[in-house]
Design a protein around this ligand. Structure first.
Ligand code: SAM
Length: 426
């Protein structure tokens, strides 16, 4: 690793010691469950944020994937059978490989899969922490699997060639493109460069799940990159996810693809969901996830009208929210539109909306997306329902998001399709 990319060596050593000192005298049966859960979940990311400045994390491209997002990337592993080799060539503290172990646990326990997890990272301290966390996960779930981690340059890692599945959240920091780069010159997003190198090594039929900066999916500057990637990859999914997490202000998308046996000329550019050139739902509505996590939010504070996804009146209007609960936190005053986050590709409408015309301050459950009009009140809400009901919106969402959860990013990016005479009925 080049010296100018190295965050303070002391900070990295401290990061490693937090995890690795603990395991010299570690006994699984004496470790409280909540402590185990912390080590295997958000602690690595939280400690990294505490010890290494944002500037240094950016230089290195070190942002560890949150649990829920890591599970999304690992979804294609569920139900996998036979010999499975999962590789992450920029593994950090191992969060994607931990998600792979969770996804594959039932198959390992039923002995329908033999599993190898290989991780590579350029920072030795991260590699040590990844190795320990994976060992811990192996013991907690009692899994018979092979884990190998090592320090090294991920772009040229030979492990990629042995992978049946590659899980990747590469560094996004800018890099200089190679002299013979087929898709750009000068400085480019490091994720584009990392993926290019990795894809070149993949064996035919190996499956890639990558978390990438949205600019690679939508930016004009990366059109050539998309074409080149599409020559080698059969693109199955480009799901818009929105902001990576609350600390990293970068929009990301999930790329799901399979390595082609033979390169395909042309690269199928239409398989990437494109940015709308005109207005979008996000340019007319503020889109957010309802803030109430019912079983976690304390039952304290004033009683508030409480809106949940139960008895959802698709395309209807809720004039008075009937339930209530105590809640301290973000509230929404009608009129606004809600959409259930759960949505299957086979359903007739991917985004089923309803208008909330209750003018009190309402607490909204987190199974619902909340869309508040920036301007125009209830008429604007009716126009939005007309957009959501249109065939064109459905087709766009089916391409943008194939999994079962609508995201803030996907709904905000939905083109504002004029549904041929908006409905303004009160
Ligand atoms: C965005 S983080 C993701 C880490 C992990 N895969 C995850 O999802 O939590 C990117 C990682 O790439 C590592 N990295 C940066 N440049 C690298 C390189 N040239 N080769 C291998 N790893 C690299 C960083 O140290 C960092 O851990």
């Amino acid at each position: 690793m080049k010296g100018d990319r190295l965050p303070s060596a002391r900070a990295l050593a401290e990061f490693r010691d937090i995890f690795c000192d603990a395991h010299t005298e570690f006994a699984l049966d004496r470790c409280p469950e909540h402590e185990l859960a912390r080590v295997l979940d958000g602690q690595a990311s939280a400690e990294l944020r505490r010890l290494v400045s944002l500037t240094d994390r950016r230089k290195l491209g070190a942002f560890f994937t949150p649990h829920e997002l890591a599970d999304r990337l690992a979804e294609p592993l569920r139900g996998a059978r036979g010999k499975i080799v999962v590789v992450d060539t920029s593994c950090g503290a191992g969060d994607l490989l931990l998600a792979a172990a969770r996804a594959l646990a039932p198959a390992i326990q039923r002995a329908t899969a033999t599993v190898h997890l290989y991780g590579v990272d350029i920072v030795p301290e991260f590699v040590e922490v990844a190795a320990w966390r994976l060992e811990l996960q192996r013991r907690v779930l009692n899994l018979d699997l092979e884990v190998r981690t090592r320090c090294g340059e991920g772009r040229s890692a030979p492990e990629a060639a042995s992978a049946t599945h590659v899980l990747l959240n590469p560094p996004f920091a800018s890099v200089q493109s190679a002299d013979d780069c087929a898709w750009a010159g000068g400085t480019v997003n490091g994720a584009a460069d990392f993926l290019d190198h990795t894809v070149a090594r993949l064996a035919p039929a190996s499956r890639l799940s990558a978390l990438l900066p949205d600019v690679l999916r939508s930016g004009a500057r990366y059109r050539q990159w998309r074409r080149v990637m599409g020559e080698s990859l059969d693109i199955e999914e480009t799901t818009i996810l929105g902001q990576f997490d609350q600390w990293a202000d970068v929009d990301v998308f999930l790329l799901g693809a399979v390595r082609r046996a033979q390169p395909s000329a042309g690269g199928a550019p239409e398989s990437w969901v494109q940015e709308a050139s005109g207005p979008t739902v996000g340019s007319r509505f503020h889109v957010s996830v309802g803030p109430v996590v019912h079983f976690r939010a304390p039952d304290s504070g004033p009683r508030r009208p409480y809106l949940t996804a139960k008895d959802f009146p698709t395309w209807g209007t809720i004039r008075t929210v009937a339930r209530d609960r105590r809640f301290i936190g973000r509230l929404h005053r009608g009129p606004f539109v809600v959409i259930p986050r759960t949505s299957r590709p086979e359903e007739p409408a991917r985004a089923r909306g309803a208008i909330v015309a209750d003018h009190r301050q309402v607490a909204v459950d987190n199974h619902l997306l909340v869309l508040s009009p920036l301007d125009g009140g209830i008429d604007e809400c009716h126009r939005l329902l007309a957009v959501l009901r249109s065939e064109a919106a459905n087709a766009w969402l089916n391409r943008a998001i194939r999994c079962r959860h609508l995201t803030v990013g996907a709904i905000a990016s939905l083109p504002w399709i004029d549904a041929g005479g908006s409905r303004h009925a009160g």
